[in-house]
Design a protein. Structure first.
Length: 422
């Protein structure tokens, strides 16, 4: 659909109409490429048959895709072709066989497919390439606006991952508005970590070239100690910067028989330290208690590891301890702010239009976020958001606590390594 939208934009502007490409790159093994080719070919065949056999169903699918693309096109206020025109063009593209699927997994194939400029030849308006190592670097693919990326190395080296995925690099803004990247949560998390650390480093250098960035890790005794930058695995880090949020995302609450005792214990501990005015305002608690509360919460939240979601609880506790002890006010070291909220009914998943994703904001920007930005200046904040956990909202019918750690405003940028190289 992205290629269709861009072709109509070029026609509307009276510019030469380009051909576009999509890359499927998930495994290095050649055996997998044939299977991927079969899947993509079958999908293309079914979509083509649906033009005549199920036009209304196909129109609905294309309408969802158009709505997704429209959001990013509108961000830059570019010309957006009418939905009916885009869907009609997509129907014509399927009828005329615009999509060419090409499996590329040998040097000989590459030589046969290269054009006079050394790029993979785009032979039809829409081109889909499937391959492994032969495609991950060194070969130019023109007008690349779609990616299905799934390479999962043992160690995510930043430069290698960026080369493999090929999504990073210059492309015209109009192409960028219809560019889409599809991957799994684990790879997305690795890329997000790389991006956050890279942005933090750049901002620190631009703000004050003489201000060092701290590289830290947790040692065997649970202490946070300095770490050499060359030992950092960029994909397995947390960048600590002002108002950074650290929280588990992509989980299911455990069953009531195990969750209720832990929640009751947390309730009792909070009741013992509750301020006279109650939990409306944030209050200070010892770091040791904050760590204990996180430890009680940990087994009640079951991460969807098989779907690529995970959360490093040890690193979260260590990061909270580091930020507490790094306070510029000595009398506040060893303490954190605590904000308690209850009776929340956040759904486990939220719809993005075409599909559902796991909720990631138990704290709202205008309420809890505003409190954190106002209060957490020199000490981190631990938010404890108690969800009712109703089954109709996707949970298991029992209350649970969803923790959110907020970094303080005055923290010096630090790269916290969950793991380091020897």
């Amino acid at each position: 659909m992205g290629g269709i939208v861009r072709r109509l934009q070029d026609q509307h502007a009276g510019q030469p109409v380009k051909k576009f490409s999509f890359l499927v790159h998930t495994e290095a093994a050649r055996a997998a490429h044939a299977w991927q080719e079969d899947i993509v070919t079958a999908l293309n065949t079914q979509l083509t048959e649906a033009v005549e056999s199920q036009p209304q169903l196909l129109r609905g699918l294309l309408s969802d895709a158009y709505a997704d693309l429209a959001r990013s096109v509108r961000v830059l206020n570019h010309y957006l072709p009418p939905e009916d025109a885009v869907i009609d063009a997509a129907f014509d593209a399927l009828r005329q066989g615009w999509l060419m699927i090409t499996k590329v997994n040998s040097e000989r194939q590459v030589e046969e497919l290269l054009d006079d400029e050394g790029q993979l030849r785009l032979r039809t308006p829409l081109n889909l390439f499937i391959g492994g190592q032969i495609l991950d670097r060194g070969i130019t693919i023109a007008n690349l606006i779609g990616f299905f990326y799934g390479r999962r190395p043992q160690v995510y080296q930043q430069d290698t991952v960026l080369q493999h995925s090929r999504m990073f690099g210059f492309r015209p803004l109009q192409d960028l508005t219809v560019t889409r990247f599809y991957t799994e949560p684990l790879i997305q998390a690795a890329m997000r970590s790389m991006h956050e650390s890279d942005v933090a480093l750049r901002e620190t250098i631009e703000r004050n070239p003489d201000l060092p960035v701290i590289f830290i890790r947790r040692d065997a005794q649970g202490r946070v100690v300095p770490c050499s930058p060359n030992k950092i695995l960029a994909s397995n880090t947390t960048t600590l910067r002002p108002f950074k949020r650290i929280l588990p995302i992509g989980f299911q609450s455990d069953y009531a028989v195990r969750t209720r005792p832990a929640v009751a214990q947390i309730d009792r501990k909070l009741a013992e330290i509750a301020p006279p005015a109650g939990f409306e305002q944030p209050f200070e608690i010892p770091l040791t208690l904050a760590v204990e509360l996180l430890t009680l919460i940990e087994p009640t939240l079951l991460m969807e590891v098989d779907e690529g979601y995970d959360f490093d609880w040890d690193a979260a506790r260590a990061a909270l301890a580091y930020m507490s002890h790094a306070s510029a006010q000595p009398q506040r070291r060893g303490y954190v702010w605590c904000l308690v909220r209850d009776n929340r009914n956040l759904s486990r998943t939220v719809s993005t239009g075409s599909h559902a994703v796991y909720s990631d904001a138990p704290d709202t920007t205008r309420t809890e976020g505003d409190v954190a930005r106002r209060v957490a200046t020199d000490m981190p904040m631990l938010m404890l958001i108690k969800q009712n956990g109703a089954e109709e909202h996707g949970w298991r019918g029992t209350p649970f606590y969803w923790p959110v750690i907020w970094a303080p405003q005055n923290i010096q940028t630090a790269i916290f390594a969950h793991e380091t190289t020897p």
